[in-house]
Ligand binder design. Structure first.
Ligand SMILES: NC(=O)c1ccc[n+]([C@@H]2O[C@H](COP(=O)([O-])OP(=O)(O)OC[C@H]3O[C@@H](n4cnc5c(N)ncnc54)[C@H](OP(=O)(O)O)[C@@H]3O)[C@@H](O)[C@H]2O)c1
Length: 296
C-alpha cells in the first residue's frame, strides 16, 4: 500500500534527524518535506536527495491545504515558542481532517502538573489542547510526549567557553532531576513508529531518557570532561532574576530560564517510564557521553 509521509519541522534539529533516517527506509517519492522558506541549506540537501518539498506555514491555512494534499501520514512537529501555538496547531489538525490524512504523529511534552500554576503552564496548555484537537478530529494518532532534550542543557548552562570561564553552573533548579533525552534517540524511535504506525495506533508514548540527573551531577560530569572543577550554585529564583538583570540578559531569556528551572526543581521532568527504551531496544545515550560529545 502506498503511504505518503509528510515531515514538518524539516529545517529544525529534530525534523532533520527524522528525515535523514527515514530517507534510508522510504522511497523518495513517498517522502515529502514541509518548509516555510526555500532559502536554507537543509532544503538544498533535501532537493539534492530527490525529496518533494512543499511550502507551508502553520499560521496559513491555505498553504497547509496545498501542502497536505495526498498525504497519508503526518509527522507533526510542535511549533516553536509562540503564544498562538494552540491556534497554529488547530490549523494543522483542521487541515489534516479536511484533506483526509490517515495518521498524525505529534511531538508533545511530558508533564505532571497540568494546572495553571505550573511554571510552564502556557507551554503545557498548548500541548494538552493540541492532543485534544487531534483526539477530537477522529484521525488515527500517535502522541510522543517528549522529556527535555539533552541539547537543552547547553541552553540552560552555557557553552564550553562560558563554563571554563565561570567555573560554575548558576541555575535555580535546586535538587530537581530530569530524564534528559538526546534528539538522536528520539528521532531513531520516532522513525520506527512512523514506519509502523498501526503498532502504536491511538497511543500516547512517554519518551524519557534512561537516566535521571540533577545539575549538581551534571556539574560533576562536566568537571571530569573539562578537567576543571565546575561548581553548582542554585540560588532562589528572585536572586537569579536580579543577577541575570544585572548582567543585562534579555527579559524573555530570564523568563525562560527561570520557568524551566523552577519546573525542574518541582520535579516536572522527573519521569521514569521506558516507552523509549522499549522502542529503541536499548537504553538512551548516557548524559556523560552526551556532555562529552557536546563539551569536549
Ligand atoms: N522537549 C524539549 O526540550 C524541547 C526543546 C525545544 C523545543 N521543543 C519543541 O520541539 C520542537 C522540535 O524541536 P527542534 O529542536 O527540532 O526545534 P527547532 O530546531 O527550533 O525547529 C523547529 C521547526 O519547526 C518549524 N516551525 C516553527 N514554526 C512553524 C510554523 N508556524 N509553521 C511551520 N513550521 C514551523 C521550524 O521552521 P523554520 O525553520 O521555518 O523556523 C523548524 O523547522 C520545537 O519546535 C518545540 O516545539 C522541545
Amino acid at each position: 500500500m502506498n503511504n505518503k509521509i509528510l515531515i514538518t519541522g524539516a529545517t529544525g534539529g529534530l525534523g532533520s534527524k527524522v528525515i535523514n533516517l527515514l530517507k534510508q527506509n522510504v522511497a523518495s517519492k513517498n517522502l515529502v518535506v514541509l518548509v516555510r522558506d526555500l532559502d536554507n541549506e537543509l532544503v538544498n540537501q533535501y532537493k539534492n536527495d530527490g525529496l518533494e518539498l512543499r511550502i507551508g506555514d502553520y499560521a496559513n491555512f491555505e498553504s497547509l491545504e496545498n501542502a497536505f494534499k495526498d498525504i497519508d501520514t503526518l509527522y507533526f512537529v510542535s511549533a516553536g515558542d509562540d503564544n498562538n501555538r494552540s491556534e497554529l496547531h488547530k490549523n494543522v489538525v483542521d487541515v489534516a481532517k479536511k484533506v483526509g490524512i490517515k495518521h498524525i504523529l505529534y511531538t508533545s511534552g511530558v508533564r505532571k502538573n497540568e494546572s495553571n500554576v505550573s511554571p510552564i503552564a502556557t507551554l503545557i496548555a498548548s500541548h494538552i489542547q493540541t492532543e485534544n484537537f487531534i483526539k477530537d478530529s477522529g484521525i488515527n494518532y500517535t502522541i510522543f510526549r517528549h522529556n527535555l532534550y539533552a541539547e537543552v542543557i547547553e541552553m540552560l548552562i552555557g557553552d564550553k567557553n562560558q563554563l571554563v570561564k565561570n567555573k560554575a553552573i548558576y541555575l535555580p533548579t535546586s535538587n530537581g532531576i530530569t530524564s534528559f533525552v538526546p534528539k538522536d534517540d528520539l528521532a531513531e524511535a520516532e522513525v520506527k513508529v512512523i514506519l509502523n504506525p498501526y503498532l502504536y495506533l491511538n497511543k500516547t508514548l512517554e519518551f524519557n531518557g534512561s537516566e535521571s540527573i540533577s545539575f549538581s551531577e551534571i556539574a560533576k560530569n562536566l568537571s571530569k570532561i573539562l578537567k576543571v572543577t565546575i561548581e553548582y550554585n542554585s540560588p532562589e529564583v528572585p536572586e537569579f532574576v536580579n543577577t541575570m538583570n544585572r548582567f543585562g540578559v534579555p527579559n524573555h531569556i530570564i523568563e525562560m530560564l527561570s520557568s524551566f528551572s523552577l519546573a525542574i526543581a518541582q520535579g516536572e521532568f522527573d519521569h521514569q517510564t521506558n516507552d523509549l527504551e522499549m522502542i529503541l531496544g536499548r537504553k538512551t545515550k548516557t548524559i556523560y557521553d552526551f556532555l562529552k560529545q557536546t563539551y569536549e
